[in-house]
Write a protein that binds this ligand. Sequence first.
Ligand SMILES: CC(C)(COP(=O)(O)OP(=O)(O)OC[C@H]1O[C@@H](n2cnc3c(N)ncnc32)[C@H](O)[C@@H]1OP(=O)(O)O)[C@@H](O)C(=O)NCCC(=O)NCCS
Length: 100
Amino acid sequence: MAGSIINSNTVIGDFTIINTKASIDHDCVMSKFSSLAPNVTTGGNVTIGEYSALSISATIKHGVSIGRHTVIGAGALLMKNCGDNLIMYGVPAKEIKNVE
Ligand SMILES: CC(C)(COP(=O)(O)OP(=O)(O)OC[C@H]1O[C@@H](n2cnc3c(N)ncnc32)[C@H](O)[C@@H]1OP(=O)(O)O)[C@@H](O)C(=O)NCCC(=O)NCCS
């Protein structure tokens, strides 16, 4: 969408959305059906698993991996890798719920 940025060497899977003003940096992987809400920012070398959703204004530190079917909540700052089927939010983001 308008104002979004995709940096070098990043791979964008099918059926994804990079919403308004979202930025995904270099060498990232956005797996199929994952999404970036408006104003999400990722550092480089970030991996986003299938079906995972990064909510509005979430920030992901460089080098972090996110599992499948995981939601990173609005305004979260994710500093560490996280697994599948989780709701994570806060600054820094913590596991709030496992929704398996
Ligand atoms: C993470 C999320 C899915 C959680 O939703 P939920 O489980 O329905 O949570 P609730 O709305 O029931 O909130 C429960 C509590 O957690 C708090 N909370 C929820 N999400 C939060 C977040 N991202 N950061 C901090 N606190 C949060 C609420 O304020 C509420 O606190 P309270 O009990 O003191 O009132 C949701 O908050 C979110 O971030 N949605 C994304 C919206 C978005 O990005 N839309 C994109 C538009 S294109």
